[in-house]
Design a protein around this ligand. Structure first.
Ligand code: KIV
Length: 270
């Protein structure tokens, strides 16, 4: 049984990675990653949208359910898509609840702000663990004018700190800090009891998260704070091209890929 408790009581930094399907999630779990985030980054990474805003609750639930089916013990956190939270309180609770009840997630993540403090409290009271997310919140891209650094003025940094404290008090079990100065993330991490998980937030956070396709070298473009740790795109391209060439040249399928049924009397059936 995966649990959101005790995440901070470990010697090594927490590792979190996104995955959106059962196959990848199983590999991620086998690699010893602590938390799988079924991020709404699925919108741009695997669903072909321009940003995360079009991702629907049904898409997020379906992907979360696939990840839950493909894993055993790892903590699965479902990202709540744009407008699935905050429009109406009862619907917010139902939407988040379905991520646990129907899709098999262990917790939900909310892109957070002043508007999510009460929601975090309510969901936590009802038994839905909440991971908060401050700093760059990509669902606000239309107001931010891009995926820009956050917390870069004293006022903005103080607001992040204050919201972090409020979300901890509301019951959040962890906090993602995205694209904020390392010294701001460090200060927030010092002030909180719950673990911080950084993405573009320096090395003082209690853990790190990246988008899986960036890590594996599958993305066309990656943010400045990410790092490809492999070149899966090259390996996939080589494998697919080799297959195409083998079919076109007649090298595939070979005799060992085919079988002959000796006892057929095909002439009679003509
Ligand atoms: O959707 C996502 O993948 C995220 C992470 C980048 C934190 O929110």
């Amino acid at each position: 049984m995966s649990t959101t408790r005790g995440l901070r009581d470990r010697d090594e930094p927490i590792t979190m990675l996104t995955a959106y399907d059962a196959l990848t999630a199983g590999i991620v779990e086998d690699c010893g990653i602590d938390i799988i985030l079924v991020g709404d980054s699925m919108g741009t990474t695997v669903l072909g949208y321009d940003n995360t805003l079009p991702v629907t609750l049904e898409e997020a639930k379906s992907r979360t359910a696939a990840v839950a089916r493909g894993t055993d013990e790892v903590l699965v956190v479902a990202d709540m898509p744009f407008l699935s939270v905050g429009v109406d309180e009862a619907q917010t609770v139902r939407n988040a609840g379905e991520m646990l009840k129907d899709a098999g997630a262990d917790a939900v993540k909310l892109e957070s702000g002043p508007h999510t403090v009460e929601t975090t409290k309510r969901l936590t009271q009802l038994g839905i663990p909440v991971m908060a997310h401050l700093g760059l919140t990509p669902q606000h891209v239309n107001q931010l004018g891009g995926y820009t650094r956050q917390g870069t003025t004293t006022e903005a940094a103080e607001e992040i700190l204050s919201l972090a404290v409020d979300h901890e008090a509301a019951g959040a079990f962890a906090l993602v800090l995205e694209h904020v100065p390392a010294n701001v993330a460090s200060l927030v991490t010092d002030r909180l009891e719950i673990p911080t998980i950084g993405i573009g937030a320096g090395s003082d956070c209690d853990g790190q998260v990246l988008v899986g396709t960036d890590v594996m070298g599958l993305s066309e473009q990656i943010p400045p704070f990410a790092e490809p740790f492999g070149d899966l795109k090259r390996e996939m391209t080589e494998a697919i091209e080799a297959y195409r060439e083998a079919v076109e040249s007649g090298a595939f399928p070979a005799a060992e890929h085919s079988h002959i049924q000796e006892d057929l009397d095909l002439e009679e059936t003509q």
